[in-house]
Design a protein around this ligand. Sequence first.
Ligand code: TUI
Length: 315
Amino acid sequence: MMKTELCNILGIEYPVIQGAMAWVSDAMLASAVSEGGGLGVIAAGSAPVSAVEEQIKKAILMTSKPFGVNIMLMAPETEKIVDLVCRMKVPVVTTGAGNPGKYMEQFKQAGIKVMPVVPSVALAVRMEKMGADALIVEGYEAGGHVGEQTTMALIPQIVDAVKIPVIAAGGIADGRGAAAAFMLGAKGVQLGTRFICSDECTVAVEYKKAILKARDRDTVVTGRVTGHPVRVISNKLTRELKQMEKDGITAAEFEKKGTGALARAVKGDVTYGSVMAGQIAGLVNTVRPCREIIQEIVNDTEKVVLEIGEKVFSI
Ligand code: TUI
């Protein structure tokens, strides 16, 4: 069975984490993933504290299994969200888009398991020293805010630099991707795009259809001028943004045009909204219950590791 030390640390059945996605991963999606044996994660994004509290309360009612809350560190109310998750003693916190160092002690005091997203070996080592329970290593293939390093290159380098478990994210949507990540030394996998195309994900059907329709080259990275580039599915908005970037748009102008674009996509405007998705979107061709998605990944990962590996070199 697909079990790793990460399962024991988090109290979950399978080392499959649902990537937090602002505006997308709510209590409905997170509880479905946790009920399916993985770890569901509510994204706080830049939502008000009261809305995040409501989602945490919902998740507590919808699952008795562990779940997580992701804190996006660029959000304006980060400190209040940190206080909230500590007060509510959510089982797991993941962080993204910044260094959570100054909150680590507070999380640990509340008995919360902490898994920061780290984009480099240096931050990975720092986070381990500060008491992180595991690390999420997310490559350039991922959807949303991305760094420059790929999953393939970054995972083994961070695995070699730390002792705590590493979770691979970015470019994984099936058992083959998961098996590859485990071969690189990961002890868990995190999937975002795959879980958008689940029955329980509450985004507009147009968002799911945009992913189902996407092919290998349909995602682009925009917003390099802002210092926090994002990967999205190409559409009218990205074509305009790319042109404006070529014409020398300023960071402030870019931010202004981008404001509200993710929410628009989530509500169904996939032409002029920001349809965040990873490079692996082309591999996602079905909308299924979270439980089935997890089961298929677990079954296929075991199959690849146990059966296919053996066949590769026997011609
Ligand atoms: O955070 C993400 N993905 C996201 S956040 C997001 S919301 C957003 N919307 C518009 C513009 C920007 C963001 C959409 N997708 N993934 C986790 C992640 N964290 N990727 C990279 C990082 C990261 C980057 C730098 C983590 C730590 C870090 O530290 C830098 C430092 O301060 O040392």
